[in-house]
Design a protein around this ligand. Structure first.
Ligand code: SF4
Length: 165
């Protein structure tokens, strides 16, 4: 989804978005009920935990005590994400994030993505204006469980006023 701005090669070398510390484990991708069923068909070994009306991966068994990190159970260390087209929307748009801030919905960006965060602001907002923002807001309306509370320090790139009902 971000191929125009973020090369698959850069992502393959990095994978920071698939590994979480205890402070950013809230970033674990949200998975709708329908998507969970599809993922379970192709990867029956993956375990889930409820999150509101949706699910997240059960990360309990993914904690590396030595590194103090959680690794997404769908990540293959050699091949990358094993979910292909079933990758959660949260992952398809990362490092863009959809968040609630007061009465508004905002699209922000996670500064932890080195490739995207080094790009000019005009490129990051240009991608949103080129149709991505519309797609994110549409998906968020269908699956509100993917909307996260606003986190301090996340630069806001786009606001949809009065949409947080
Ligand atoms: S689902 Fe795939 S892209 Fe998303 S965090 Fe897990 S391994 Fe990474």
């Amino acid at each position: 989804m971000l191929k125009k701005i973020l090369s698959p090669e850069s992502c393959a070398k990095c994978r920071v978005c698939c590994i979480f510390d205890k402070y950013d484990v809230w970033e674990t991708p949200v998975i709708s009920k329908e998507l969970r069923e599809k993922i379970s068909e192709v990867s029956p070994g993956l375990k889930f935990a409820s999150k509101g009306n949706a699910f997240i991966f059960n990360m309990e068994e993914c904690w590396d005590e030595k590194e103090e990190l959680f690794t997404c159970p769908a990540l293959d260390p050699q091949k990358g994400c094993t979910l292909g087209d079933l990758k959660p929307f949260d992952c398809k748009i990362w490092p863009y994030r959809i968040m609630r801030l007061g009465n508004d919905l905002v699209i922000s960006i996670a500064s932890i993505c080195p490739e995207m965060y080094s790009k000019p602001l005009s490129e990051l907002t240009g991608m949103l204006e080129g149709g991505l923002a519309e797609e994110i807001f549409r998906e968020a309306a269908l699956h509100p469980e993917m909307i996260k509370p606003y986190e301090q320090g996340y630069p806001i790139l786009k606001v949809k006023e009065g949409e947080n009902k």
